[in-house]
Ligand binder design. Structure first.
Ligand SMILES: *Cc1c(COP(=O)(O)O)cnc(C)c1O
Length: 432
């Protein structure tokens, strides 16, 4: 009889008390099969399992830990504030400092409001857009994820572009119908929507670097086109930079592409690993938010001192240490090694800044959901499992991207590339 591992025992207990045994779906390993590993500690590039095994982490909590887990400088700041202030529920200097720093560095964020998750940031930005325009409809793209807000848990209905239908049980039809869905990388479809609904569209929301259904890098011209279309129709452009903000550059994709949104949302890296989200943008739009304006939005734990301090310490370090140039250089070497090693396998690697994506081989760059096979996980799980055996922790779904951090040294990345290549070649011979 095979002995049950500690993780298996904990997962059995967890399934009794939480849906699927988890508190966020991808963690359950449903896409890759097997029992999720329970981790109890992290440091730098590593996760430590309850069995005491060390894994090189390329998931990094799905993005936040750009400096690695528990960066020493950030940790020092967190410990200092733990002994001064938890949630105060008052005005405080910590959120002021972060707000001043961000609005000073990112000129398109003239004012900012802190919340506690990316979902909340997106939800609030939509409300501002509707409040500002007096219109109800939102355009989103198939292949972008914006958190679990009802009106964006919507996929295209029948037809290429049009009124959406719920992508989750529990989304009211009337809510889904307020969202129009278009394919990425397709000017014509968006134009058609605007021809029909233009005067009713409050905003287009897009991940300027879609990184939640694989990595679907968009043409800059497509983003510029959306900007023009919004201007022509009196609609607002919202960039959801929860994953790309402070990750691909301090100023995210706005800095990279030069395309300016009216409103922008942040999360993940911005909180340094603590629960922080934010929305911001042009002054006259943000002035609509309560108590200054009539768009209500509030939060008991909003701008929590721990998150504010962790965020500021992280962002300052990113800025001062020129981290982006260094991460990009390491990623280039990492992908170069992988690319040559994966020749002859069924996998390919794509990257943008410090984000990468291992996917089935294609002949042209993937820019929209239409180009993806419906079953990415069939091939991904054959890579995931042997990587795990080699103590490489990839995100547990083929639709999730991977991240590197400042703690992923050149030599660790070279070693990891070799292991991933071995795993890819082993996977050819496995039958699952
Ligand atoms: C992660 C993510 C969200 C949701 O953020 P949560 O903090 O998980 O609520 C929204 N938009 C994008 C682009 C994301 O990557």
């Amino acid at each position: 009889m095979v002995m049950e591992s500690q993780s298996e025992k904990l997962f059995a207990r967890s399934k009794k008390v939480a849906p699927g045994g988890v508190h966020s779906p991808v963690r359950a390993f449903k896409s890759v099969g097997g029992t999720p590993i329970f981790f109890e500690r992290s440091e730098g590039p590593y996760l430590y399992s309850v069995e005491g095994r060390r894994y090189l982490d390329f998931c990094l909590s799905f993005g936040p830990h750009i400096l690695g887990h528990r960066d020493a400088d950030v940790e020092r700041e967190i410990i200092a504030v733990v002994q001064r202030a938890w949630s105060l529920g008052t005005c405080d200097p910590y959120s002021l400092e972060l707000a001043e720093w961000i609005t000073h560095k990112l000129p398109w964020v003239e004012k900012i409001r802190f919340v506690t998750s990316g979902t909340e940031a997106v939800m609030s930005a939509l409300r501002v857009a509707r409040g500002a325009t007096g219109r109800d409809l939102i355009v989103k793209f198939d292949g972008c994820y914006h958190g679990h807000v009802d009106s964006l848990l919507v996929k295209s209905g029948s037809g290429l572009a049009g009124v959406g239908e719920g992508d989750s049980a529990g989304v009211a039809r009337a809510t889904a119908e307020q969202t129009l869905v278009a394919p990425l990388d397709d000017e014509n479809s968006v134009e058609t929507l605007f021809r029909e609904y233009g005067a009713k569209i409050a905003a287009i929301i897009i991940e300027p670097l879609p990184a939640n259904y694989g990595l679907l890098e968009q043409r800059v011209e497509f983003l510029q086109f959306l900007r023009r279309l919004c201007d022509q129709n009196g609609s607002l452009l919202i960039f959801d930079e929860v994953i790309s903000g402070f990750r691909v550059a301090l100023g995210g994709m706005v800095e990279v592409t030069g395309v300016r949104p009216d409103l922008v949302t942040y999360g993940k890296v911005m909180g340094g690993g603590l629960p922080v989200g934010a929305y911001g943008g042009r002054q006259e739009l943000m002035n609509l938010v309560a108590p200054e304006g009539r768009v209500y939005q509030a939060g008991t734990l909003s701008a929590h001192p721990l998150g504010m301090v962790a965020g500021l310490a992280t962002l300052k370090k990113l800025d001062e240490m020129k981290v982006y140039v260094e991460l990009e250089r390491r990623m280039l070497n990492f992908t170069r090694a992988l690319r040559s090693g994966l020749e002859g396998s069924t996998y390919q690697i794509q990257s943008f800044g410090s984000i990468f994506w291992l996917s089935p081989k294609t002949s042209s760059p993937i820019r929209s959901l239409k180009q993806l096979q419906s079953n990415l996980n069939d091939s991904y799980r054959r890579l995931f499992e042997p990587c795990l055996q080699k103590s490489i922790y990839l995100a547990p779904s083929g639709y999730e991207v991977g991240f590197i951090s400042l703690a992923h040294s050149e030599s660790l990345l070279q070693e990891a590339a070799e292991k991933i290549i071995e795993a890819a070649h082993e996977s050819r011979h496995s039958s699952i």
